[in-house]
Design a protein around this ligand. Structure first.
Ligand SMILES: C[S@@+](CC[C@H](N)C(=O)[O-])C[C@H]1O[C@@H](n2cnc3c(N)ncnc32)[C@H](O)[C@@H]1O
Length: 220
């Protein structure tokens, strides 16, 4: 289905190595949710239980995803990513840790929430280092219109966490979050407690950039 927004990710989805291809072929069916048009996702069936749902959006290589899944065995953790090599990396980590509370989805989060989610489901969402479009406002993942999509998919009391090493993106995101009704800042600008340092944060630190964490509760 055609959607109006410009993608917040690079079109070039990278080339899989033979090992990554094999991991995806052999293990996707255990951890991946393959989207079927016209069929909303049955989360309880996918996880085999009902539990609060945490979405790690654009999980990259899966460091934060795996870390939060280990820390919260009582939560269902959903990783959403478009970059296939990243998904293969994450899948390898999930298997190495023998985690059973993670499912991976390949696709655009906006597309997922719009076309496959029929009722509020997000108890927590995380968007960490969502570049690569820090300077093209219409392509940023966090915008006033996209936040409406996230709000519609959030349960009352849902926690939203965001981090970036780009000061222009941080200012833009703060404005966008401030425009959302029923969203209140919590622990603003303290570091998300269980966010491991990923390659993206390290690069920002090495370049001398300031890391900004923004955290909110949605009371809608
Ligand atoms: C710079 S990486 C950060 C990865 C990870 N969150 C971290 O902190 O290390 C941003 C990731 O977000 C993904 N991404 C961007 N827009 C997305 C979208 N609309 N839906 C799903 N993933 C997206 C990109 O493919 C990319 O892998």
């Amino acid at each position: 289905m055609k959607h109006p927004w410009k993608p917040s990710y690079l079109r070039n989805q990278g080339v899989l190595t033979p090992a990554q291809r094999r991991i995806l072929r052999e293990h996707w069916s255990s951890y991946g949710i393959t989207l079927d048009y016209g069929t909303p996702i049955d989360w309880a069936e996918q996880f085999g239980r009902n539990a609060p749902m945490l979405f790690d959006i654009g999980f990259g290589r899966g460091e934060s995803l795996v870390s939060v899944a280990k820390a919260r065995p009582d939560w269902n953790i959903v990783g959403v990513e478009v970059h296939r090599p990243g998904i293969a990396w994450a899948l390898r980590r999930v298997m190495a840790e023998n985690l059973t509370n993670i499912r991976l989805i390949r696709g655009d989060i906006l597309w997922l929430l719009t076309d496959f989610v029929t009722s509020p489901i997000i108890s927590e969402m995380r968007i960490f280092f969502p570049e690569p479009w820090p300077r093209a406002p219409e392509r940023r993942l966090v915008r006033t219109d996209t936040l409406e999509t996230f709000a519609n998919a959030s349960v009352p009391g849902a926690v939203w966490r965001f981090a970036t090493d780009d000061s222009t993106y941080a200012a833009h995101a703060k404005n966008a979050f401030n425009s959302v009704m029923y969203l209140e800042p919590i622990d603003e600008e303290t570091r998300c407690p269980d966010r491991p340092i990923t390659v993206y944060e390290s690069k920002g630190q090495q370049a001398g950039r300031t890391i900004t964490d923004l955290q909110y509760r949605y009371n809608g």
